[in-house]
Design a protein around this ligand. Structure first.
Ligand code: SF4
Length: 151
């Protein structure tokens, strides 16, 4: 099956701090699946490393107060173009991220507090009906469930 994945989960050093969120369980999916790595924030032209950002209502702000909503939106749109072209059966994303988080994200206070919500890219993918899970939610059964994967 085709699986779109947050690139940082595959070991790409595209995280805000120049590191990755390497997850061996996700990397090993490449043995039996076609993985499509995506990093919406770098697609939107943001550098790595970069100042961390969090969603605040309908905006995305850096920790030092810069509005990066435009970059996040452009990057999410570009990632969605790849998703639409490839039509993945499943999308596995890095939890809590202002781009990739699903269900729970940081609340905009930069204090580590979580709130209900989705990252900018995750929200677009969910809205278009793709099956989106976080790496925290992933179990090997997800990769075996090749049918009925659009929700
Ligand atoms: S935007 Fe997504 S893929 Fe890129 S570093 Fe952040 S969580 Fe990872």
């Amino acid at each position: 099956m085709k699986i779109a994945v947050s690139a940082c989960l595959l070991g790409e050093n595209c995280k805000y701090n120049g590191k990755s969120n390497y997850d061996e369980r996700i990397v090993r999916l490449a043995e039996d699946n076609e993985l499509i790595p995506l990093c919406p924030e770098t697609l939107g032209g943001l550098p790595t490393p970069r100042t961390p950002s969090e969603r605040r209502a309908d905006r995305v702000m850096t920790k030092d107060g810069r509005d990066v909503t435009k970059e996040f939106t452009i990057g999410a749109e570009m990632a969605m173009e790849t998703v639409r072209r490839n039509k993945p059966d499943l999308i596995i994303l890095q939890p809590r991220s202002p781009s990739c988080g699903k269900g729970r994200i940081y609340d905009g206070s930069f204090t580590g507090v979580l709130t209900d919500g989705d990252g900018v890219f995750a929200a677009m993918a969910i809205k278009e009906g793709y099956r989106v899970i976080t790496a925290d939610e992933f179990t090997s059964a997800d990769a075996e469930n090749g049918g009925n994967t659009r929700s």
